[in-house]
Design a protein around this ligand. Structure first.
Ligand code: AMP
Ligand code: ZN
Ligand code: FE
Ligand code: FE
Length: 292
């Protein structure tokens, strides 16, 4: 069983439609794939229809933008009820902040002599529910200002660069509770990746586990062998589910091919068990795993 639990489509900042992503997942030999767009469930229906036709299993999920003590933390949420009102409200706030940030970024870039417009960004983003820096980067590539997304981030969009603008994110502790109340299970994405130097140390992870955190994404391209080994121990000690995933973004991120990291089938079963338990406790109508 080949299981990849973290991918992005054009509903956020991937470059493939949800249907094309499912086709690519089947072609990559995956049996189970989770669609985890940033802050939205928008791609779920299209992906589920495609997965049904292809005979692969789709786990509906999302990667929620949160913050812990001023640092950005990505929280994967699997199988929450996307209509749970407090979750809808929280995601609406995050998406509104995403939309509001685009003109602010463009304004800064223009002030530094970069000739792009909000319309350029929106045109490239298509009908993405979650617009972000990768779409600004794509607009800069289309205009020949940079060669690829990485260069746009390195020169313009990362913290400390001229086009960087902060945005509102949900509170991590609150979001862990909301995901659970929505009948889903939460997993910290790329826990010790390059974006999070030392924010989430072991005592903090233990505190989050007490709040209902379900798992840790251990096998991810942002983690070296040492980080993976240490995180695996932390997960075992705290009885957290261990996941592995590609964080595929189509052509938007190199070295993140579908299936480049995988989740152990036993850990996948534990994840589904935790989601089922949360759903039973909450009484929410949670989405089906397609082709389970
Ligand atoms: P935003 O959601 O607008 O804050 O943008 C952050 C997203 O941009 C991350 O979730 C990644 O998917 C993507 N990203 C971050 N750094 C890079 C990079 N160097 N190259 C390409 N994509 C990146
Ligand atoms: Zn992304
Ligand atoms: Fe992420
Ligand atoms: Fe991601």
């Amino acid at each position: 069983m080949r299981i990849d639990l973290h991918t992005h489509s054009r509903a956020s900042d991937g470059t493939q439609t949800p249907a094309d992503l499912m086709t690519a997942a089947a072609r990559a030999g995956l049996d189970v794939v989770a669609l985890t767009d940033h802050d939205t469930a928008e791609g779920w229906t299209e992906a589920a229809t495609a997965a049904r036709g292809l005979g692969i299993t789709l786990v509906p999920g999302m990667e929620i933008s949160t913050e812990y003590e001023g640092r950005a933390v990505h929280l994967l949420a699997y199988l929450p009820d996307p209509g749970y009102p407090p979750l809808v409200e929280a995601l609406t706030r995050v998406l509104a902040a995403r939309n509001a940030r685009v003109p602010a970024i463009v304004e800064r870039l223009v002030a530094h002599g970069v000739e792009i417009t909000v319309e350029d960004v929106i045109a490239g983003a298509g009908d993405a529910a979650a617009v972000g820096r990768p779409h600004v980067a794509d607009a800069m590539v289309a205009k020949g200002i940079v060669e690829h997304r990485d260069q746009a981030f390195a020169q313009w969009l990362s913290p400390g660069r001229p086009g960087h603008v902060m945005r509102y994110s949900a509170d991590l502790r609150e979001m862990i509770g909301l995901v659970e109340a929505a009948g889903g299970v939460s997993v910290l994405a790329h826990v010790w990746g390059r974006h999070l130097p030392a924010t989430l140390d072991v005592p903090v992870i233990a505190e989050l586990a007490d709040l209902g955190l379900g798992g840790l994404e251990v096998d991810h391209q942002d983690h070296d062998a040492d980080a993976r080994a240490r995180l695996r121990e932390v997960a075992v000690d705290l009885d957290l589910v261990i996941t592995g995933s590609s964080d595929h973004h189509g052509l938007g991120k190199t070295d993140h091919d579908l299936g480049c990291n995988l989740t152990d089938p036993h850990q996948y079963d534990r994840l589904l068990d935790r989601a089922a338990a949360a759903a039973a406790r909450s009484g929410r109508t949670t989405p089906a795993v397609e082709n389970a």
